[in-house]
Write a protein that binds this ligand. Sequence first.
Ligand code: SF4
Length: 67
Amino acid sequence: MAKKKLPKIIEELCIGCGHCVMACPLGVLKIVNKKSKVVKPEACDSEGRCIAACPQKAIPHLEEQEY
Ligand code: SF4
């Protein structure tokens, strides 16, 4: 197990638009069942590009998470 700051995604706010996926050049996020999911946590550089990209504010911040 490793720990790092990863996107905190609020599923109830996410509309699956994919803007966060496009904003991330590292392929950390993917739309799964119409919701954004962290699928490649090991690649995340914790820069938070996804936060600014989300029109729904469904990624309010990064959060220390185990992966
Ligand atoms: S940009 Fe926001 S609303 Fe759109 S898929 Fe990503 S988390 Fe969901």
